[in-house]
Design a protein. Structure first.
Length: 122
């Protein structure tokens, strides 16, 4: 089954379009099923003003092990290098497994991502 996480990424429309195009380029000619691209909308997608939040629920997020995940992370590094803001949040199955980072001037974003935990008593 494997370890799973919930992932959300916020960026500008320009950042989102660049991520999609770069993932297309990185995936071209390979035997992959891209998580995102110009013809593939991610599992979660919302937009407000000039910002986009996208991501995936219950996903095996192994950067460096799964090509499709690595392609997304590579594209994020490239938009950061171009000076475009983004926020990345990954919440794993363990209580203490939360990863959050922001790049560039993330105050430009109209929407933000942040970690949260809910306790459900059954």
């Amino acid at each position: 089954m494997g370890y799973r996480s919930d992932v959300r990424i916020a960026t500008t429309h320009e950042g989102y379009e660049r991520v999609c195009k770069r993932v297309d380029e990185l995936s071209e000619g390979r035997n992959t099923y891209p998580l995102i691209g110009t013809k593939r909308v991610p599992e979660f997608f919302e937009e407000e003003d000039d910002s986009v939040v996208f991501g995936w629920d219950w996903i095996k997020w192994y950067d460096g092990m799964y090509t499709d995940v690595t392609n997304v992370m590579t594209a994020l590094a490239e938009i950061e290098g171009a000076g475009l803001p983004y926020e990345f949040c990954r919440i794993g199955e363990s209580w203490d497994d939360i990863e959050f980072r922001a790049s560039c001037n993330n105050e430009e974003l109209a929407v933000h991502v942040e970690p949260s935990v809910a306790i459900e008593i059954v």
